[in-house]
Design a protein around this ligand. Structure first.
Ligand SMILES: Cc1ncc(C[n+]2csc(CCOP(=O)(O)OP(=O)(O)O)c2C)c(N)n1
Ligand SMILES: [Mg+2]
Length: 421
């Protein structure tokens, strides 16, 4: 499935992949200079996925990146300086130096939800965003990414099932890079194609070569269009390889050499460059121009980031806990008094009453049952039988009375046993 793109679109995909790589190369240098304060993850060799998928979104659409999706942030319009400053915990960063990795979003303008570190949790969150857009009549699509490892979390399945039943305009990109930390994919899921997970929820899925940016874009564009048209969520499995360790601290010596060299020969930027050259969309002059543009941009963005101060110490306590209006505009509704939502004033009529309710004691004086299972039915009889044997009186009342009598009897028996000891 390859779409015909305009010359500009082909070149944009190339530019953003190069920008993605250049931003991450710069951060590796900053890391080695001890200027990055948190962990640093890499999407080396996976740039086609972040760029190709996010390029299929419209400005009004929403995304939430994971650790290897800096490319998606760049396509959405986040300036490289924000990404540098965020990782350096600088005061001018989107989180004012409170975070050392990529936990930031932009709800007002760019429509970016901050990453959540717990793998999979972004799925129900972004399904919620997709549904909110539908209630508001905005015709938006929400997108997020998940790894092969993350696709085995419970919340992945709960989220996807929820998206499917709601027919949410949601696109989930599963980056199968063959490794989850040091675990090869074959050791954690018995499937050849992780796209098959979609079958369990009755939704559509695509499998795409994650190192071919045009193929990734084409699949994502079609998925986004279908989701927007109301066809429900779509799962895209992009097959690729994690070229570096899990993060900077991991040399990934557990990865077989042949596997690494196979994928290094399939670098997504080199592949797209070859395509652009053969199609006469890019020549040596054009390439040089792009490289100069990137060099100039990154030098000034890096300089800005390096010159930004660290946050002043006296602000360490601010912005840590929610302070109401200054923190967020959504307020909880606690208008209903407790008494109103507690029997007997509740608007829901009580079908039965439990003696001693609210006092912590049953009518016999013993501790009230805590679980429903603790309440005994009328002398071992199923509730249906108990009803006919009691002249049509509400079963539960009878059951509770019987249980209470029994409880009191048991309490007396225990007390006399104790007295005999
Ligand atoms: C629920 C949960 N479990 C474990 C972790 C720790 N953890 C962070 S990344 C990672 C590996 C993820 O592998 P994968 O989903 O394949 O993504 P990749 O790193 O390959 O992009 C693990 C285990 C976590 N963040 N959340
Ligand atoms: Mg993985």
């Amino acid at each position: 499935m390859k779409k015909e793109l305009t010359r500009q679109q082909y070149l944009d995909l190339y530019y953003y992949m190069r920008l993605n790589r250049a931003v991450e190369d710069t951060m590796v240098k900053l890391f080695r200079q001890n200027k990055i304060v948190g962990g640093l993850y890499s999407s080396l060799g996976q740039e086609a996925i972040s760029v190709g998928t996010s390029y299929a979104l419209e400005k009004k659409d929403w995304l939430a990146p994971m650790i290897r999706n800096i490319g998606a942030l760049l396509v959405k319009g986040v300036p490289p300086r924000d990404i540098f400053m965020q990782h350096m915990a600088k005061y001018d960063s989107p989180t004012k130096g409170k975070d050392g990795t990529s936990h930031f979003g932009d709800l007002d303008n760019l429509h970016i939800v901050s990453p959540i570190s717990m793998l999979g949790d972004l799925i129900p969150v972004m399904v919620g965003v997709a549904m909110a857009g539908r209630y508001l009549g905005q015709k938006i699509v929400a997108m997020t990414w998940i790894g092969d490892g993350g696709s085995s979390t419970g919340v992945f399945h709960e989220g996807l099932n929820f998206a499917a039943t709601q027919k949410a305009p949601f696109v989930l990109v599963l980056e199968n890079n063959l490794w989850a930390y040091s675990t090869p994919v074959g050791r954690q899921v018995p499937l050849e194609n992780l796209a098959d997970r979609a079958k369990a929820y009755g939704i559509e899925s695509y499998i795409v070569d994650g190192n071919d940016v045009v193929a990734v874009y084409s699949a994502a564009k079609e998925a986004v269009e279908r989701a927007r048209a109301g066809e429900g969520p779509i799962l895209i499995e992009a097959k690729t390889f994690r070229r570096l360790g899990h993060a900077q601290h991991d040399p990934a010596e557990y990865v077989p050499k042949e596997m690494r060299s196979y994928w290094e020969a399939r670098d997504p930027i080199t592949l797209h460059e070859k395509f652009l050259t053969s199609e006469k969309l890019l020549d040596a002059g054009g390439k040089k121009e792009i490289e100069q543009k990137l060099d100039t941009l990154l030098a000034s963005e890096r300089e800005f980031a390096e010159n930004s101060p660290l946050p002043p110490g006296e602000l360490a306590e601010t912005g840590v806990y929610c302070t109401g209006d200054e923190c967020h505009k959504i307020r909880a509704k606690w208008e209903r008094p407790i008494a109103e939502v507690t029997p007997p004033k509740s608007s829901v009529a009580a079908v039965w009453t439990i003696p001693g309710f609210g006092s912590g004691k049953g009518s016999g004086g013993a501790n009230a049952p805590i679980h429903f299972g603790d309440t005994q039915t009328a002398v071992g009889k199923p509730a249906s039988e108990a009803k006919s044997a009691n002249d049509g009186k509400p079963v539960a009342k009878v059951a509770v009375k019987a249980a209470a009598k029994k409880t009191a009897k048991t309490a007396r028996a225990t007390a006399s046993r104790k007295a005999r000891r």
